[in-house]
Design a protein around this ligand. Sequence first.
Ligand code: NAI
Length: 702
Amino acid sequence: MTVDIASIAPAGASYEPGDGVVGRIVIDRPNDSVNSIDPPLIAALFGAVAAARAARPRGLVLASAKPDTFSGGADLKLLSIWPSAAELTEASRAMQRLCDEIAALPCTSVAALNGSALAGGYELALACDWRVAADTPELRVGLPEVQLGLIPAAGGTQRLARLVGLPRALDLILGARRLSARRALRAGLVDELAQPAVLERAAYDRALKGAKREPAGGRSALERAATFVAPARALALRQARARLMKETRGHYPAPPRVLDALAIGLARGMPAGLDAEARAFGELATSDVARNLIALFFLTTRQRRASSEGLPRADAPRDVAVVGAGLMGSGIAQAAAVAGMTVRMRDVDDAALARGLGAVRALTTEASRKGAIERRESARVIARVSGTTDYSGFARAELVIEAVFEELGLKRRVLGELEAATRDDAVIASNTSALPIAEIATGARRPERVVGMHFFSPVHRMPLVEVVRTERAEPWAVARVVAAANALGTTVIVVRDGPGFYTTRILGLMLGEATHLLEQGARIEDVDRAMTAFGWPVGPLALIDEVGLAVARHAGDTVAAAAGIDAPRNAVALLAEAGLEGKRGGAGFYLYGGRRRVPNPRVYELLGAAPAATPPDVAERLTALFVNAAVRCLDEGVLRSAGDGDLGAVLGLGFPPFLGGPFRYADARGAALVERLRALAASAGARYEPAASLASGRRFFS
Ligand code: NAI
């Protein structure tokens, strides 16, 4: 066994006797603002707990010395320090022993959460008798490990279920929830809120006067029964497992291991539960799925800096304007207002404007109902958005985002109007989904300040913005758009201009290929089902219906023309010409009249194809085409990096996260993917010809 905590030089935590009545253990990992838990910190915490035991105070406060974080959880570098499953299991056991020692102290212990306590950080807090949290808006607590393909493995599954009951623990852990201080109080994850200035005092008082505590297993009799009564517990676990399999289709191994650890621990006792946790952690942490999810997590956290690489420093704009108050425009306006920006929004008439402002209000009210923004703040958000049917107020804007209908002529005309209505140093961004920005800017007086800012729908839920850079765009203009998108809290990729840029181009090719399969006899529902079983969130044909056939046709034509695919009479065009609109109109590839959608038989008539057998490998084949198109974007310089490509595909298009993204998928499949593409190129057409860097055997990540 290579994990020997005793041999590691301790650093980052110490015991302070204080007034001798209530002692403190202070976590202060050197050179790390979030107190990530690493081997020296674990060693130091063991020492601090031993010192506390020896000092025999009446109470103990566990606190952080960082200004606004308690602890963000394990340092993920652990996974490379201890690369084997056996070592990681041992590391988990070490953390479990540490938490057990804290829990076993004879004095009353209180965690003082001055800021976020997540994953291992919250597990340390769970080992204390009580938790007091600072009442600050940024603070989050929870056990979100499953998001990285891991499980809480410092006793978190066991202690949380015993504290708040099994049903709530399942919801929190499987949902990877991070609760605000107030929600955490309501859910029982913390026991008291205190103003930041008096947090330590509140923790001190509780440590002095509070008693040791036996966790109750939830507040209601029902919760306690589902936790401690075997048949009720079995039912709760069975239901959770069924829900899980439906949602994850077995692609994510961590959530079922959470259920296992809970089932074992609640039936056979804490030690057995801890053992299940530790074993699961070792196996999961060395799995491909966790590696891929963690790689995506690192890409996302680094992207803020990466997205502005090579660009001048820029501040996010304070004043923005939006043209077009439709689905996208109102969503963008609302997101900007949430980020604190003042927004002026224009549409052509009062009715359209009123709809847009109504949408801003509805989105904001919904966000406050869900607790994403405070109620008082929601009124301010709504007040930050004002409307107009002319361009009044546009002269103040530092950034204007155009989101009118997807028509080149209209977008050019609106751009001309904007050049007249805005300051010369304002940046004008188009939210087109496929049109080349350079074409929109043809004829512009100052094309150097025209940039693409491609949002995804629905704006308030989609975490990506694709910033499109033309050859003529000035770096300061691109930088301002990147800064704006970062300020909205989205992840940003910067791509080169062209038809469909990166995301619409690769998605469009894959959707086109899906319709092509129908012409060859595949069944609508089989194609979609194969793709969702593979891990895509929706099937390609259902997605076309969602987007609408007219829009999909337009984007598809733009992308196909650029890719040299000559398909004037493709399925989408045929359906659109026959008057089918997609989901909004009630009919597209599916009929939406009844309770459940059903495949639309007219599609086969229009295509002149009889539905026969669907090839068994459709999902793998469509995914291969998608991945190949992504690699081509890197080869052609549309993408700046493979990391941008993975983020764009996962966050913008729903590429299955457990595969890490198209580039990580290409690395994982290696030569087999190239062989497959070559075979498909021979049998199905040159569009499958492997991209140059795939053919040359390049690896995208080491
Ligand atoms: P929409 O039809 O919901 O809204 C367009 C709005 O623009 C309408 O309210 C219309 O009255 C207004 N408008 C038209 N001409 C105008 C003018 N001269 N001045 C001011 N307003 C004008 O369309 P949606 O879905 O919001 O799309 C807008 C843009 O966003 C399009 O370019 C679309 O391709 C793009 N986009 C759409 C996505 C989607 O999922 N719907 C995703 C990403 C981009």
